[in-house]
Design a protein around this ligand. Structure first.
Ligand code: IPD
Ligand code: CA
Ligand code: CA
Length: 272
């Protein structure tokens, strides 16, 4: 079997094309040669340009498919069973600070379920991809989730709610519990790459709340095809509806769910 199907090739090519512009813009952020309006504006333009590039490439290859995009929203397609889901720059805060850890995430949703995903870490030139039933890859290599079975050996990643994001109080009991029982908790700053790194076994598990569909769609397929389990934090299947996510290898998934459940039991949101 060829490593990449025609569908994956289309997605990989779109990600690579957008990455050229993003890397150029990242170089400018690093040199602090950003526009007078300030880095935030510069980055959101980079973001928008990357999304337009991806959209144009995908449209050329599959003109009838619809879109769900972080920047441009929804565009209905004639083909109602296939929809591209795009986050052109995941890890915006890293990008803005010159931290070379950000990803381009492109998923294909088919009949309401994530079917194929590509996550490109442009700074490291690592292309993660998977298509349902075909396994998961990083560049030329097949990837699998890690085999570590105990939380005490595990390195987990998460997202820490920040200014403008809900859930700061609820985050504390969970992270505290994992601090006590794991080898370490990391906040790397890109949900898409967190999932790609669980899939490739660098990290053992990942959990986060308040995410959007485009943060997780590609990563869900890649983790599953790498042998991992992905649910929401309740153990259910609402991750694509924007909410929470918990992804890990099969041994650790259940342990992470129950650790969070115990830690958050009886949590009461403090009065505003
Ligand atoms: C963000 C990143 C981050 C996660 C945030 C997301 P963005 O996406 O994935 O890791 O913690 O909640 O919104 O804004 O950089 O595309
Ligand atoms: Ca994102
Ligand atoms: Ca983004």
């Amino acid at each position: 079997m060829a490593l990449r199907s025609p569908l994956i090739n289309v997605m990989v090519d779109a990600a690579k094309k957008a990455a050229r512009g993003l890397l150029r813009d990242f170089g400018e952020v690093e040199q602090l040669q950003v526009s007078l309006k300030g880095p935030a504006d510069f980055v959101s333009n980079a973001d928008r340009r990357a999304e337009q590039t991806i959209m144009a490439e995908l449209k050329k290859a599959r003109p009838r498919f619809g879109f769900l995009m972080e920047e441009q929203g929804v565009e209905e397609g004639e083909d109602t069973s296939n929809r591209w889901i795009i986050d052109p720059l995941d890890g915006t805060t890293n990008f803005l600070h010159g931290i070379p850890h950000f990803g381009i995430s492109i998923a294909l949703e088919r009949d309401g379920h994530p079917y194929a995903g590509v996550i490109y870490d442009a700074a490291r030139d690592e292309m993660f991809f998977a298509e349902k039933g075909q396994g998961a890859y990083m560049n030329e290599r097949r990837i699998r989730v890690a085999g570590r079975e105990k939380l005490e050996d595990a390195v987990l990643t998460t997202g820490i709610p920040h200014r403008g994001r809900p859930g700061r109080d609820l985050f504390i009991p969970g992270v505290r519990a994992f601090m006590e029982v794991t080898a370490g908790v990391r906040r790397l700053g890109s949900a898409a790459l967190d999932l790609a790194w669980v899939a490739s076994g660098r990290c053992d598990g990942y959990w986060e709340r308040s995410l959007k569909t485009w943060d997780v769609a590609a990563g869900i397929v890649i983790v599953r095809e790498a042998g991992g389990i992905v649910t929401d934090i309740e153990g259910k299947d609402s991750m694509m509806d924007g909410g929470s996510i918990l992804a890990a290898n099969p041994s650790l998934h259940a342990a992470m769910l129950s650790t969070l459940k115990t830690a958050e039991k009886g949590f009461v949101e403090p009065a505003a």
